[in-house]
Design a protein around this ligand. Sequence first.
Ligand SMILES: NC(=O)c1ccc[n+]([C@@H]2O[C@H](COP(=O)([O-])OP(=O)(O)OC[C@H]3O[C@@H](n4cnc5c(N)ncnc54)[C@H](O)[C@@H]3O)[C@@H](O)[C@H]2O)c1
Length: 255
Amino acid sequence: MRFENRVAIVTGGGMGLGKAYVKALGSEGCKVVIAEYSEPLGKACEQEMRELGYDVLFVKCDVSKEDEVKAMVEKTVETYGKIDILINNAQGADKSSLSTVTEDTTIEMFKINWYTGAFGTFLCTKYTIPYMKQQGYGRIINTASATGVNGMATFSALGSQKEAIRGLTRVCATELGSFGITCNVICPGALTEASRLWKEAYPELYEEAVAPQPIPRLGDPDTDIAPVVMFLASEDSRFVTGQTIGVDGGTTMMP
Ligand SMILES: NC(=O)c1ccc[n+]([C@@H]2O[C@H](COP(=O)([O-])OP(=O)(O)OC[C@H]3O[C@@H](n4cnc5c(N)ncnc54)[C@H](O)[C@@H]3O)[C@@H](O)[C@H]2O)c1
């Protein structure tokens, strides 16, 4: 029970990797706020976790909206008294923006990626920091992507703002280290619902994409990705900050 008496916020906690983090934190005694903009996803996740006996609360929040982020952070403190862990995981995307070269990428594609990703990460971090500083302890875990690190073609809208998140991570690590707060960023490669559907629809493309990876498969959210995030969220990671950690079978080190 590494997270007994700890309080966490997981953005985009209603499905995919976010839901895996909510489950992993809950299973180790953490109180978790599921900050999710989809009400059906957030409510379903809250119910499922409560049935498992975990102390979780769904708070409807679009992380790209400053007033909603502020209210979500205040609701967390009002309900659980503090914030120890912030996992910035939410990301919205116009799917077509993930397969469009830069010259055909529209400003709308850019906006949805940047607002829900980099801006949301900034806002959640900005409003959480004062509470972490006050108690002299905090763990911030952000989410980037090999698409940005490796400059993958057709991902300008997603990859560019993921690199902004990596920059923000390092700035926050520098600003907050002396307050007992660490800030790290992961690049996951996971078989979530979206990638599972893609794999089923295009099995050959999937094989082509993962075959060159040192570990040639996508990761399991619960058994491959969440344990690394739980380490970063735990006290054991106290001397790790400002780092980008690929949890992706080695994709982020590929040319
Ligand atoms: N799955 C992968 O292989 C992979 C690879 C690289 C990076 N990532 C990153 O990991 C994170 C999780 O990925 P996933 O595959 O679980 O994604 P997903 O699409 O399955 O889940 C994202 C969640 O975020 C929520 N969300 C979206 N916009 C939001 C907003 N504005 N406010 C609040 N909630 C919002 C969605 O409703 C959903 O619950 C994302 O940041 C993604 O970019 C994933």
